[in-house]
Design a protein around this ligand. Structure first.
Ligand code: FAD
Length: 316
């Protein structure tokens, strides 16, 4: 039995796909879990879940202790052997707690998950993106966290059948108390969902020059600006919503344009699954060209305005 959980709908759809791949050889079922009101159970079934367990309870805001108790109960009842948890902020709190509860292992941020000789095998990027660790479990349940975009959701199949099971699980009040919640400073950018991203790095000389990037993003109708870590974390020219890479967001657009980005492994780790990659860099030996489908060697201050004008003319 494979159990999948995330509080993000799209991530849960992706986990259902991964769960199906793991379950298919042994004809096991994939159970998706919803904690809270049931909004999407039918969607989960149409995207491949065999069972959806809905634990309708009013825990708000999220409390790791209480969610752990609920999931542990569902895992016990289902006798789940493999547990895939979406690797967002809440998922990262839940997974190790569950592992401690069951006295088992937890592998975090798996980028590839598959069965090898009937054993669950997980690959994850380690040493800042310089190596891949291949790991297996020695105890059950096997708990793995999976970041978004590792796979796409399965296509919707309106004829796919599954069971929806409603449950109430009594929850022991958590010993911790949330004192206040502050909203993060955000510019309402969702790079993870973007189909076209124009990204900038330290090749830009000033904050004001970001308009060169956003103008190109605008004509491409993508309107999504990304950046390397120094632009968001050190210079703070853009908010962290735009930050792409190992410690930033993982993206999978159809088109990724990298301007003035050197292409260090930690940046590549966040955009390596992009469809077409175009790199603009004045250094012909820049690493980014190794990850690019098209490379333009030259000064971004000359190239970006020309590219924007040419694409604008084409789009009209
Ligand atoms: C644990 C860890 C996690 C990290 N996580 C991330 C992460 O998530 N994301 C990330 O991006 N980085 C991350 N980094 C940092 C990463 O190692 C690099 O330092 C960073 O990606 C470099 O950013 P950059 O390419 O913008 O800058 P630089 O490496 O300084 O590159 C600037 C590039 O611009 C080019 N250039 C300069 N002027 C022009 C011009 N006029 N026209 C065209 N090209 C020009 C240069 O040739 C150069 O290639 C991480 C590092 C560590 C150690």
């Amino acid at each position: 039995m494979v159990l999948v959980y995330s509080d993000e709908k799209n991530l849960l759809l992706e986990l259902i796909h991964l769960g199906k791949d793991l379950a298919k050889d042994e004809h096991k079922k994939v159970t998706a879990v919803i904690i809270g009101p049931d909004h999407h159970s039918k969607d989960y079934i149409m995207h491949g879940a065999d069972v959806v367990v809905v634990v309708d309870c009013a825990i708000h805001p999220f409390k790791a202790e209480e969610y752990t108790d609920i999931l542990a109960e569902v895992i016990k009842e289902n006798k789940s052997e493999i547990v895939l948890i979406g690797s967002n902020k809440n998922g990262k709190e839940l997974a190790p707690r569950l592992a401690a509860f069951f006295d088992t292992g937890c592998i975090t941020d798996g980028t590839k998950v598959y069965m090898k000789d009937k054993k669950l095998t997980v690959e994850r990027i380690v040493y800042s993106g310089n190596a891949v660790s291949v790991e297996q479990f020695t105890s059950k349940p096997e708990i793995v966290t999976i970041p978004s975009k590792v796979v796409d959701p399965l296509p919707k199949d309106e004829n796919h059948k599954g069971d929806i099971i409603k449950k109430t699980i009594p929850v022991k009040p958590s010993p911790s108390k949330i004192v206040s919640v502050h909203q993060m400073k955000s510019e309402s950018v969702n790079v993870e969902a973007a189909e076209i991203i124009v990204s900038c790095g330290r090749g830009l000389k000033n904050k004001q020059d970001i308009h060169l990037i956003s103008e190109l993003a605008d004509v491409l109708k993508g309107r999504t600006v990304g950046c390397s870590r120094p632009i968001a974390a050190d210079l703070k020219w853009l908010s962290e919503d735009h930050w792409i890479g190992l410690s930033g967001h993982k993206v999978k657009p159809k088109l990724y344009i990298a301007a003035g980005i050197s292409g260090q492994i930690q940046h590549i780790a966040g955009m390596r699954d992009s469809g077409v990659v175009v790199a603009i860099n004045k250094d012909p030996d820049a690493l980014i060209f190794k990850s690019a489908d098209y490379g333009i060697v030259g000064d971004l201050y000359e190239i970006l305005p020309k590219l924007t004008t040419a694409i604008k003319a084409k789009m009209e």
